[in-house]
Design a protein around this ligand. Structure first.
Ligand SMILES: NC(=O)c1ccc[n+]([C@@H]2O[C@H](COP(=O)([O-])OP(=O)(O)OC[C@H]3O[C@@H](n4cnc5c(N)ncnc54)[C@H](O)[C@@H]3O)[C@@H](O)[C@H]2O)c1
Length: 155
């Protein structure tokens, strides 16, 4: 009898600990999901706000794209950069993120434009008003060495 009471009293805190752990983990998962851009369409980038023009800048980590993004941000546009970082410089994107940290100004999406599924997802989850396409494999030398690869990006 005494043994049973002892084991019951030991089991209770153990059970309570499991419940608390489960609650904390669930809350953490919900928090992480809410932070992700596509969650329930609640991202600022997924909606059209009056007076805000949202521009998709492909190749925005590259030379021309990052300067275009800077100009757009300075002129109060909302900007989404899509880049696979094959050429560009994440440092340039980080500078832009530091200059325009306010929510809804700039988001960076790491994706390859050759991946149709990824591109469809990006368009489904974001409300773009315009696209400026700078993603390219455009070095002059390689355009003569590998003309077919170059052609894919200039079509
Ligand atoms: N640099 C110049 O002086 C100049 C002048 C006139 C026109 N342009 C044109 O502007 C465009 C951009 O040139 P740039 O000098 O900024 O080149 P860049 O190499 O600096 O930038 C191109 C960007 O595209 C990204 N990219 C490449 N393939 C991708 C893919 N499949 N998916 C996603 N991102 C991808 C690269 O990572 C890079 O960040 C090119 O079409 C180029 O011909 C450039």
């Amino acid at each position: 009898m005494l043994g049973m009471e002892f084991s019951d009293s030991r089991r209770k805190p153990h059970f309570l600990g499991k419940v608390i752990t489960a609650v904390v983990l669930t809350a953490l998962c919900i928090y992480i999901l809410k932070q992700s851009p596509g969650f329930g369409g609640t991202s600022v980038f997924s909606r059209h706000d009056p007076g805000v023009t949202h521009v998709l800048v492909t190749g925005g980590a590259g030379y021309i794209g990052s300067h275009a993004a800077l100009r757009l941000l300075k002129d109060s546009y909302r900007v989404t950069i899509v880049d696979n970082l094959s050429r560009g410089n994440m440092g340039a994107v980080k500078v832009l993120q530091e200059l325009f940290p306010e929510p809804g100004r700039l988001q960076f999406i790491y994706a390859d434009l050759g991946d149709a599924k990824a591109v469809n997802k990006i368009f489904a989850e974001n409300a773009f008003d315009a696209v400026m396409h700078f993603a390219a494999v455009a070095y002059v030398g390689e355009s003569t060495m590998e003309p077919l690869r170059y052609a894919i990006y200039t079509i």
